[in-house]
Design a protein around this ligand. Structure first.
Ligand SMILES: *Cc1c(COP(=O)(O)O)cnc(C)c1O
Length: 318
């Protein structure tokens, strides 16, 4: 409420500048840029790394492909080249095979690989440092850049027991969300080299994302980076307790090995819609992903008692 403000379009908002310095430091990058959302951060990064017609390699169920309204095509003018992964992780040999021959004029140009950690579509799964490093090496051999969709990078860091910068070090640029688990009302941050962020600032302006007294968004971001990261471990523990109860229900199909952070994805054999309604009647809100699939997410406003109440309700329904 008392954040000092200024005009961020002129780099004069002290709260934005402070958040960006903190974010760059935590990601081990030279510079950072406040953006309106994770989607805006990924789009800004892709448009800054590529040229029209380029191909961008990513996992088949990547958020950038499934859930960002086709911005990669509509705005960045790039084509996604999809590779099915294993719990969200790409096989470096598959990536190698997907890279186009630069000397063949018929081929599109491959210029970027996008990774996602944690991987939302795979159930909030964590990609290990070794897995990421292997992809980074393939990228380096072929002169490609790597962008990390790290919307939930701090969940990955907590699960791996490393600092976020160790994960970010495996990519040239990274986006992370201030919203979601970090509990801010709005915002995300894109980090990379000074040169990259200068380019990204222009792209952000094109997208209408240059904001004036944006310190009112940055200030809660600063609080989040100071106070909201360590507690993500509670969300992971709560998700685990909930998942272990869910897996016991005859109507539920859940691979417990995918429950690694704060997300639980599972199928309801008798159909997801009725399941959602039955829980909603008991004040438990869950997200229907498809005809048979449900996503549950734990966060700061879901206590252990809420989880235990949910388990009681689930048992009473089965
Ligand atoms: C939520 C999410 C995004 C997009 O973030 P928004 O702030 O909702 O635009 C990007 N990637 C992943 C993996 C996400 O879960």
């Amino acid at each position: 409420m008392n954040a000092p403000l200024g005009d961020d379009v002129k780099n004069e908002d002290p709260s934005v500048n402070r958040l960006q310095e903190m974010a760059a430091e935590m990601m081990g990058k030279e510079a950072a840029l406040l953006v309106t959302s994770g989607t805006a951060g990924n789009l800004t990064a892709i448009a800054s790394h590529t040229q029209k017609g380029d191909e961008v390699i990513m996992e088949a169920n990547a958020h950038i492909f499934t859930s960002e309204a086709g911005g990669i095509a509509a705005v960045a003018n790039c084509m996604p080249h999809l590779i099915p992964g294993d719990k969200g992780a790409l096989d470096p040999d598959d990536v190698k095979k997907a890279i186009r021959d630069k000397n063949n004029e018929h081929h599109p140009r491959t210029s970027l690989i996008c990774l996602e950690n944690t991987h939302n579509g795979a159930g909030g799964t964590v990609i290990s440092i070794e897995q990421m490093k292997a992809i980074k090496e393939v990228a380096a051999e072929h002169g490609l850049k790597v962008h990390l969709d790290g919307a939930r990078i701090f969940n990955a860091a907590i699960a791996l027991g490393v600092e976020a910068k160790e994960i970010a070090a495996q990519a040239d640029s990274v986006t992370f969300c201030l919203s979601k688990g970090l509990s801010c009302p709005v915002g995300a941050v894109l980090c990379g080299t000074k040169e990259f962020i200068a380019k990204a600032r222009r792209v952000r302006k094109v997208l209408g994302g240059g904001m004036r007294q944006a310190g009112i968004i940055a200030a809660p971001g600063i609080v989040a980076l100071q106070t909201m990261i360590d507690r993500l471990a509670d969300d992971h523990a709560n998700a685990r307790v909930l998942a272990e109860a869910l897996v016991e229900l005859p109507d539920v199909e859940l691979d417990l090995s995918t429950v690694q952070t704060n997300i639980i994805r599972f199928k309801v054999k008798s159909g997801a819609a009725a399941f959602v309604d039955k829980l909603a009647a008991k004040n438990i809100l869950v997200h229907q992903v498809s005809e048979s699939a449900i996503r549950m997410v734990t966060h700061r406003h879901i206590s252990r008692d809420d989880v235990l109440y949910t388990i009681d309700v689930l048992k009473s329904l089965s």
